[in-house]
Design a binder for this molecule. Structure first.
Ligand SMILES: [Zn+2]
Length: 271
């Protein structure tokens, strides 16, 4: 099936260091214990579909806390059929790795992290399903496996392996995943944007104080549980807002999730 694919100027997260054979942890083991996410059907008809070969360097909607930056370099058609990807060596069908001639393929930037991990492009995913897919790829792409091959293919392996790691890290983390899926829709999230919402500011102050004043493990655990609950709630708000293309709400949910995550990190430091 042919559809439109938006291509962006830069990847959201650094690819990270060398590939590892074991999966890197999501941002915190604690965060793995999210409440289950509500499932939503995917709505992937980009609202930028009609744009083609246009560039918006800065596009601001001027929402209260955030600015949207749209770095839409180009939109290109591509075929989601894996037959589109041809092996550089034997010209057979190959996606990341050619099963026929056992060659690692060069990076194709039109492939997003969801495709790499075999997922439909939507926010709600089965996070537990990512590790298996990640490990499967590393069994084929890890640079150690191609050390006898050409310099070119060794470079492909290093890049593909790092990209699979980045995909796994990004999609395992509910906040990074939210930011990434927004970016795929053409909305950049400025994580350093200052908060001006007085309600959120006072809530943050309260949380900070309660963490600072906590003197025992029990209190810290209680705060952590509360933050995890908030994180789960706001990730669901994000999913709803994203699905209905309410990007202001989606961004505000990301901002809140980020603060709850920071609060959890503070609690962990004290535990
Ligand atoms: Zn091949």
């Amino acid at each position: 099936m042919w559809r439109r694919k938006l291509q962006f100027s830069a990847s959201l997260l650094p690819l990270g260091g060398g590939a590892t054979s074991s999966p890197p942890p999501p941002f915190s083991n604690t965060i793995k214990n999210y409440p289950p996410f509500i499932s939503h059907s995917s709505t992937h008809n980009s609202f930028f579909n009609e744009l083609n070969q246009k560039r918006f360097d800065f596009f601001s909607w001027g929402f209260k806390n955030y600015r949207f930056q749209l770095n839409l370099l180009s939109a290109q058609s591509f075929c989601s059929d894996s037959g589109k990807f041809k092996c550089w060596k034997c010209n057979g069908a190959a996606f990341l790795f050619c099963e026929a001639c056992r060659s690692v393929q060069p990076i194709d930037q039109s492939v997003d992290y969801f495709q790499i991990l075999g997922l439909e492009k939507k926010y709600d995913i089965e996070e537990g399903s990512l590790e298996g897919k990640y490990k499967d790829w590393q069994k084929k792409l890890h640079p150690d496996l191609v050390h006898t091959k050409s310099q070119e293919e060794r470079e492909y392996a290093a890049e593909q392996s790092a990209r699979v790691t980045a995909a796994y890290r990004t999609l395992s983390d509910p906040i990074a995943r939210a930011i990434y899926i927004m970016k795929l829709e053409g909305v950049d999230v400025d994580e350093e944007e200052r908060i001006s919402d007085p309600e959120l500011l006072s809530e943050i102050m309260e949380i900070r104080e309660s963490v600072e004043e906590a003197r025992d493990t029990q209190t810290l655990n209680r705060i952590q549980e509360q933050m995890l609950r908030e994180l789960g709630n706001w990730s669901r708000f994000f999913a709803d807002a994203f699905q209905s293309r309410k990007y202001e709400k989606a961004l505000s949910s990301i901002q809140r999730m980020t603060y709850y995550k920071r609060a959890i990190e503070e609690v962990i430091k004290k535990l």
